[in-house]
Design a protein around this ligand. Sequence first.
Ligand code: ADP
Length: 647
Amino acid sequence: MDAPAVAAPSPPRSGIGPDTRRTGRLLGVLALGLALAIFLVDAFTPLEGAVAVLYVVVVLVSARAFRRNGVILTASGCLLLTAVAYFLSHRFFDSDSALLRALVSLAAIAISALLVLRNQAAARILAEQAELLELTHDPIFVRTPTDTVTFWNRAAEDLYGWRRDEVRGRNVHVLLRTAFPGGEAAIRDALMRNGRWEGELAQTVRSGARVVVESRWSLQRDAGGQPLAVLETNTDITERKRAHAALAESERRYRTIFDTARVAILQQDWREVKAVLDAVPPDAATPLRAHLHAHPEVVRDLRRSVTIVDANAELRRLIGADAGAAAPRSLDALLFEDEPTFIEALLALARGETFFEGETTIRALSGDPVPILFGITFPSHAEGFEGVLVFAVDITERKQAQEALLAVQAELAHTARVTTLGELTASIAHEVNQPLAAIVTNGEAALRWLRRSPPDLGEVSAAVTRVVASGTRAGEIVSRIRTFLAKTPPPRDWLDLREMIGESVLLVEREMVRGGVRLIRDVASDVTLVHGDRVQLQQVLINLMVNAIQAMATVTERPRLLTIRVAPDGAEHVRVTVADSGGGIAAEAVERVFQPFFTTKADGMGMGLAICRSIVEAHGGRLWITGHDDPGAAFHFTIPTTAEREP
Ligand code: ADP
């Protein structure tokens, strides 16, 4: 086996193969044969020499064949054979010189045995150390100062692909085509100066692949200070380097996205918020939402604790922070007083959600509001809260467009209401006419009672009271129509559908009478209040009723029935159905009737249903048609019973 040049150890025990064992046995037999031959010559030939000294050779051979006990046994045998041979051939003390030779031989055998045992012990220690080098995962090799390999461990075989017997005697850095960063001469200089060097090297393995190793060189010098050998330990860091390069690349890509995105990106530190929320006991007496609403100072502190670690150029543009101006350091500086979505974000985090999005308004450096749409990505584990990512887009333009759209819609709805009222002129005239006629009749009656002699003041008073009541009714009718025609509808409110239907029916009553339509009202008793805009919802009801009445104008073969049904729809909506027994709507026209300007009437505008649908959807409900085949159509719409959606 190869061994470090300095202390060539015997083969490690674990490395003893069948060949080694066979050689050991042969040497053992040789030692025994040799001992026997020496004994025969010593005991039975007249040779007067120190033949027994040759037992030293037996001991030396046994050192290669046996371990410690074998060597002791062999040496003891040799001592015994020397003594026996002496007594057999010389009797006691018959010759001083023979005795002296025997004693010298005995001493030589004993000394050589001791030396062999010591050498074996030293070799064993070295072998154990060399075995440790075999155990390490790092490739280790020893080379002469001129790079010739003298030792090559198992890990080196694994990494480089060459067996130890293939590399022995070869120039390792030529073989591995080592590239020395910073120059080979400088590295060798450093090694000679300091006795060690470490750094990264690129090498080529047998398959041709390049590997990067972290290399540590140690120089060993001989007693005279001359370089003797270099121990080179290499750690394969190819994968680590690749992973590191990939990470650096992804970091660079992320940075580019961060810096150049047209989306504002902020990195915020939410650790303190997380710690505070984690400390809230799950069975706290007050629910978190109520607690936060009751303690604005807590919310304020939490807002302050969220620091802005990093923000990209788009965020700076958004808040009007020019190159020189310092960006805000905490989230608190970005938000207005009582900003509502922060509490929602806290609640989302407390619920363990990893994403929260919303719409809010942030404060530019000038103090101006900037509407944004934002998303916060919370880490799913306890770590990572020091770099919570928040994305935001400026929706100023969208807001402006939305507001313009709403204004146009309101205009259109208003126009549609004016048009509808135009269709209802007859009804309105009739309605206003009734109290007016009553006023005239009662006024005339009052005059008649006054002209009597004596005037009947009791009757006069009763007639004038009726005049006032009729005047009030006429006033109410006019005021209802004026409200309906108002350009800006009143704010949303809690509305009683039963009452609203009553008012709407009043406006179309005359049309129904004229068209011979019978009204069926079916309002469930458990219908709750809905939240909405009175005028707009009335517009929907009137529109659907007028359409239904008009659809039944040509019906002669069956009763003309207009049904208005109101019933709960799930837990959070009320459903209103307006059904008729008219000609119905062809299946292919069902969706088209909601398109603007779709009309089948000579004087129709085709905007009614389109406006109705946008009103209902703006309320968080739906408008759809069922039973569109003859006889009649049924329009349904839902309105929420909760106040969550605002226009
Ligand atoms: P307009 O009444 O001005 O035509 P609408 O948008 O209110 O506009 O209605 C669009 C079309 O839908 C009508 O022209 C008619 O063809 C159809 N329509 C609406 N309601 C009914 C109904 N109850 N029965 C049959 N057809 C209907």
